[in-house]
Write a protein that binds this ligand. Sequence first.
Ligand code: NAP
Length: 292
Amino acid sequence: MKVLVTGQGGQLASSLIDLAPSGTEVRSLSADELDITDKDQVLQLITTLRPDAIINGSAYTAVDKAESESEIAHRVNALGPLHLSVAASEVGSWLIQPSTDFIFDGNQETPWKTDSTPNPLSVYGRTKYEGEQAVIERCRAPWTIVRTAWVYSTTGSNFLLSMLRFMKEGRALRIIDDQYGTPTWSGSLASAIWCLIDRKIAGVQHWTDDGSTTWFGFASAIGELGVETGMLQSMPEITPIPTSEYPTPATRPAFSVLDKNDTWSLLDGAKCMPPVHWRENLRNVMMELKHG
Ligand SMILES: NC(=O)c1ccc[n+]([C@@H]2O[C@H](COP(=O)([O-])OP(=O)(O)OC[C@H]3O[C@@H](n4cnc5c(N)ncnc54)[C@H](OP(=O)(O)O)[C@@H]3O)[C@@H](O)[C@H]2O)c1
C-alpha cells in the first residue's frame, strides 16, 4: 500500500513515518515540498503519485498565535483539507484528516462523543472544524476524521518539552488546574491511525491515550517521572492556578476529554491498538528522552 504523509517534520508525521507497518510504502513531504494551501500543487502532486491513502499531517497548531493570524490558520486548517479532499476524490485515495478536542466548547463534564455538537471557542478550533466540514462535504473517496488531544512527542514544540526545559532551569511554575483533557503520545496516535487505515475504519473517530488530567496534573507527572528517571534532581515547585490567573489570547475548553469507546471497540474488535494510560506512555517517552 502506498501512503502519502504531508507535514513531514511535524510530531504526528514523524511518528507515522517511524511506526509505519512493514509493507507500507510511505511517501512523506515537508511543507516546502507540498504546501497544502496551494490547490493546484496538491492536485498535481496527488494525481501524479496516486497514493492508496493520504494522511494529512499538516496543520497550523499555534493555538494562541492563530488568534492574530486567522487568515493563515484558515488557509492551512480549512482550505488545506478541502484541497486534499478534492484531490483524494479525483484518484480515490482514502483521506485521513486529524482534528482536535478544541472543536468543543468544554461546557460539560462527561466525555465528548463523536456526534456531540461542536462549538469551538478559538480561531484554531474553528478552522480545524471547518477542515472537518470540508472533508465531510467534499471528499467523494472514503475518509476518516480522527480527533485527538494534547499531543506530545520527543521532538517539536509541545508541553512536555517546554515543562522539562523550565524544570531543568529551576523555574517556579504556575500551571492551570481547571482545564481537563488527555495527554496523548504522537506514537500511539500514529499507531491508531495505521490501524484505522488497515482495518478500513471510516467516519468520525476519537483517539487519545486513556485517562484524563489537568495541565497541572500533566506537569506534576512530568516532574515526578523526571525525578524517577533521573532527568531532574528534585521535584520542581508547581503551583496549581485557575484559568483566570493565566489569561491567553485563545480561549480553551474547560473539559475536552473525548469519549473513545466507539473507536476503541472498533479497533479492539479488529484486535488492534488497546488503549494505554497517558501516564504509562509519558513514562516510556521520558525514558526514551533520557536515553537519547
Ligand atoms: N499538537 C497538539 O497538541 C494537537 C492536539 C489536538 C489535535 N492535533 C492535531 O493533530 C495533527 C498533528 O499535529 P502535530 O502536533 O503533529 O502538528 P505539528 O507538530 O505542529 O506539525 C504540523 C506540520 O504541518 C506543517 N505545515 C504547516 N503549514 C503547512 C502547509 N501550508 N502545507 C504543508 N504543511 C504545513 C508544519 O511544517 P512547518 O513546521 O515547516 O511549518 C509541520 O510539519 C494536526 O491536525 C493537529 O491539529 C494536535
